[in-house]
Design a protein around this ligand. Structure first.
Ligand code: CTP
Length: 138
């Protein structure tokens, strides 16, 4: 039987336990896991700020996780269907903050939403660092 390919997408900036868990659980849905790491330009257009770590650093970190078999840079949200076809993905897995938002690819592959790990996000970590940084010495 052909290997089952799982695909997932994300920024994976300031890598945290929520990222690790969603990738581990995504990998368990098939035989190989392909991850689309969103480009710096795509993040800037979505969030109005650059990620803390550049796309090449984020690709390097995600590529080095043992459950990840292949990584590519996601250049555009519009290309989701092309990426799924290109990598021959059988299943798309995302955290449930995306619930329903990827149903438009369900004619190409299964779509699975996994519960997010509570109480952690890149945004919250950045906020925490910013608000707990000591004031500069006058
Ligand atoms: N994710 C998760 N649990 C979390 C945070 C993220 O399962 N606590 C999942 C997301 O649902 C997504 C993947 O991890 O499938 C990548 O999410 P990403 O947007 O990179 O992470 P966030 O921490 O949510 O980043 P931000 O705060 O910048 O939105």
């Amino acid at each position: 039987m052909a290997a089952k390919t799982v695909i997932t997408f994300g920024t994976f900036d300031v890598l945290h336990v929520g990222h690790i868990r969603v990738l581990n659980r995504a990998a368990a849905h098939g035989d190989q896991l392909v991850v689309g790491v969103s480009s710096d330009a795509l993040n800037f257009s979505k969030k109005g700020r650059n990620p803390v770590f550049s796309q090449s650093e984020r690709v390097e970190m995600v590529s080095n996780l043992k459950v990840v078999d292949a990584v590519f840079v996601e250049e555009s949200l519009e290309l989701k269907r092309d990426y799924i076809t290109q990598f021959g993905a059988d299943v798309l897995v995302m955290g449930d903050d995306w619930s329903g938002k990827f149903d438009f690819v369900s004619d190409l592959c299964d779509v699975v939403y996994l519960p997010r790990t509570p109480s952690v996000s890149t945004t919250a970590i950045i906020e925490h660092i910013v608000t707990t940084r000591p004031a500069p010495v006058a």
